[in-house]
Design a protein around this ligand. Structure first.
Ligand code: GAP
Length: 447
């Protein structure tokens, strides 16, 4: 686990405030599967919206797609996943724990955590055997070999098999891209670190189809572009870096690959949050071979035919969300107050709730005014109305979930129609007209 205390605090806050819950908790939980609560689902949706806006809406050379999770089983033979999407697995006959043979260095012996698996005298590790990470299921009523299909381990293949459909339907020309957000499943041997590595997760992938020979230029373009996107979410630039894949680290399809890494702190340290891959013509050539359908691109103007090369950008909203929590969490002393505060300093565009609306006291028409204001603002963005407890407590509750603005209706409101607007980070309060506050917040959120 990363910085144990920080990760423990985040797991606890995430549960208490409704960001992330353990799956099937009342049955004792399901290993490394997590559910997103009322605030978590908003935060994740905001991440996905930001990605979709940057990758699809803001460009005229990328189209969106939503391919099904279930695909023809031959897809996974063509893609190389049936033969090669494996991790080497070792079992300990003594404690029955399982480890990735290539990650023993990072693992701990469950019986003697100061040692690595295999180092304790009681350890009895088996020889490594290859374990395929794809989940299998059956299509139709008969559970037989011929009916076996897989839950997709990546969204990318849904894009490759639709490459010609999108090309024909959209009238795009190479170079162009197809983007998709969707679920993926991997039966990971050693999942963990909260939502960092899970068995069910989402991906935000874009496949950019280019003329062979221009691929490394596009690869560099997307590598730079994607790093800037992570910075635009508010992730601290000094916590982001590139990691180049070399030699055996390269996936079976990759000619070149870089990870964008985020520093999660503690022993987890810098870890991949997105992969940028030059996949060459591997995928389209294989699908052409296995399907028997021609997948060449015909460039009529230049009188050329070729199988396009693919530059892929592959990110995960769950992992981005964990990076955002780690990046945003801070504990602070507040001047003049005994109690400190916990703040999730999210970029306002990502915050699950944009404004808290409070009547200072529960009388003199303040609740009615505040309730009406909250209802008006809800037409534009998510708002939380709160009239319980002291005003300071109400501010703290919103700080802890990252709400960037709080509006308080007080005695003066009833005389001149102004409310106080409090900024989560500076703690400054200003008086603004209640009928203007929606516009002011929208500007500051930079939606
Ligand atoms: N199509 C290429 C591909 O799938 P990947 O590096 O295996 O590449 C891309 O995955 C991204 O998907 C990762 O950077 C990560 O954000 C996310 N991801 C992969 N496995 C994950 C897991 N087990 N749990 C959570 N996110 C995962």
């Amino acid at each position: 686990m990363a910085d144990t205390t920080l990760m423990d605090k985040l797991v606890s806050l995430a549960k208490r405030r409704g960001f992330v819950f353990q799956s099937s908790e009342i049955y004792g939980g399901l290993g490394s599967v997590w559910d997103y609560g009322p605030l978590g689902v908003e935060l994740k949706k905001n991440v996905k919206d930001r990605w979709w806006r940057a990758m699809v809406h803001a460009r005229d050379d990328i189209e969106g797609l939503d391919a099904a999770i279930l695909m023809h089983p031959r897809v996974w033979e063509a893609s190389g996943h049936v033969a090669g999407f494996t991790d080497p697995l070792v079992d300990c006959k003594t404690c029955k724990a399982r480890f990735r043979a290539d990650k023993l260095e990072d693992a701990r012996c469950p019986q003697k955590p100061s040692k690595k698996p295999g180092e304790h005298t009681a350890c009895e590790l088996t020889e490594p055997r290859l374990f395929n990470l794809m989940f299998k299921t059956f299509m139709g009523p008969v559970e037989e070999q011929a009916a076996t299909i897989f839950l997709r381990p990546e969204t990318a293949q849904g894009i490759y098999v639709n490459y010609q459909n999108v090309l024909n339907a959209s009238r795009q020309k190479v170079p162009f891209g197809i983007a998709q957000i969707g679920k993926a499943f991997r039966n990971e041997i050693t999942p963990g670190n909260f939502i960092f590595r899970t068995r069910e997760f989402e991906q935000m992938e874009m496949q950019f189809f280019v003329e062979p020979g221009t691929d490394m230029e596009w690869f560099e373009f997307w590598k730079a572009e994607r790093l800037e996107w992570h910075k635009s979410l508010g992730l601290a630039p000094d916590r982001l870096n590139y990691h180049q894949h070399a030699g055996t680290e390269l996936a079976h399809y990759a000619r070149a690959a870089f990870d964008i890494e985020f520093d999660f702190g503690g022993s987890l340290g810098f870890q991949e949050i997105e992969g940028i891959h030059n996949r060459g013509d591997f995928d389209l050539s294989r699908h052409q071979e296995y399907s028997g359908k021609r997948l060449e691109y015909v460039d009529q103007a230049a009188n050329k035919r070729y199988i396009p090369f693919v530059v892929e950008t592959a990110a995960g909203p769950n992992r981005t969300l964990l990076a955002l929590l780690v990046n945003a969490y801070r504990e602070e002393k507040v001047e003049g107050e005994d109690e400190g505060r916990v703040v999730l300093g999210f970029h306002p565009s990502l915050a699950p709730i944009k404004a808290g609306v409070f009547p200072l006291v529960k009388k003199d028409g303040m609740p009615e005014f505040a309730d009406k204001l909250a209802k008006d603002l809800r037409k534009s963005f998510p708002v939380f109305y709160d009239e319980s407890a002291a005003i300071g407590r109400r501010y703290r509750r919103q700080d802890e979930v990252g709400t960037p603005f709080c509006l308080t209706v007080d005695g003066q409101t009833l005389q001149d129609g102004t409310v106080t607007l409090r900024d989560r980070d500076t703690l400054k309060q200003e008086r603004v007209a209640a009928d203007r506050v929606g516009e002011i917040i929208k500007e500051r959120i930079a939606l």
